[in-house]
Ligand binder design. Structure first.
Ligand code: NAP
Length: 252
């Protein structure tokens, strides 16, 4: 039995990295997908790949900072597939890095909007659809940054990612009684296009921060997302799940 047989799922940030790997894994596990990001061509390529392996996916391009887009993704899931069971709110970005006295409010707001307001807007429209189905699983991609690590220059990113854990806890308490589980996923350093370790030196530095002395492939984070999405985690809610190679506990 496939882990997500006939489950209807929204994956944001699906054009690249962790979101793309997760969409592919969820499709292999039987999910029907609505995939989301700004870049239409990358989403179309993903949908084609999924269709080639007999999976089911539709794409809608847009910006997760826009409430109308959050609603449109849910409407598409309802129209095309008849409901919504799972949402992986994963779109995010490092955002603007600067020492705090140098950070202008517009840069702060931009980083908060992509990493935290997007989670609020997604959940706002996804929860009612899940309640119609009698439950569901909501996942936010958070980070060790802002939870177990203070990385200089990343104040806005850290505040946003830490904020998503607060959001997770409140929504888990509010909607647990109605069958909706809500969890945060905490990747460690992961080899994706937006990873900050671009030079061999910076990569070696980041790898060494992890107990496993390497960074993750996106597919490894996707498997943790699958756990949170599926009934394998049926008694897990309100959690911040580490899939971080031990970066949170390592003092090199
Ligand atoms: P990535 O490959 O750059 O993917 C980011 C995804 O988010 C892309 O699909 C991008 O698509 C989408 N996105 C960004 N801004 C958006 C917007 N305004 N509207 C819609 N979609 C938007 O990076 P990743 O590493 O897989 O990141 C995925 C998540 O993991 C992020 O939340 C990130 O903060 C988190 N994370 C990553 C790491 C790491 O080391 N890589 C560690 C901890 C946490 P478009 O550009 O097409 O819009």
């Amino acid at each position: 039995m496939l882990a997500l047989a006939n489950k209807i799922v929204i994956v944001t940030g699906a054009s690249s990295g962790i979101g793309r790997a997760t969409a592919k894994l969820f499709a292999e596990e039987g999910a029907k997908l609505v995939v989301a990001a700004r870049r239409q061509a990358e989403l179309d390529a993903l949908v084609a790949e999924i269709s080639d392996t007999d999976g089911t996916a539709v794409a809608l391009a847009g910006d997760v900072r826009d409430e109308a887009y959050a609603k449109a993704l849910v409407d598409l899931a309802l129209e095309k597939f008849g409901g919504l069971d799972i949402a992986f709110n994963n779109a995010g970005a490092v955002g603007v890095m600067a020492p705090l006295p140098d950070m202008v409010p517009a840069a702060w707001h931009e980083t908060m909007d992509i990493n935290l307001t997007s989670a609020f807007l997604g959940a706002k429209h996804q929860i009612p659809a899940m309640l119609e189905r009698g439950g569901g699983s909501l996942i936010f991609t958070s980070s060790f940054v802002g939870y177990t690590a203070g990385v200089p220059g990343m104040a806005a990113h850290a505040a946003a990612k830490a904020g998503s854990i607060g959001l997770t806890q409140v929504l888990a308490a509010e909607y647990g009684p109605k069958g909706v589980r809500v969890n945060a996923l905490m990747p460690g350093g992961t080899d994706t296009p937006s990873a900050t370790f671009k030079t061999p030196e910076s990569r070696a530095f980041v790898e060494n921060l992890h107990a496993l002395k390497r960074v993750a492939e996106p597919e490894e984070i996707a498997r943790a997302a699958l756990f949170l999405a599926s009934d394998a985690s049926s008694f897990t809610t309100g959690s911040a799940l580490f899939a971080d190679g031990g970066i949170s506990i390592t003092r090199t």
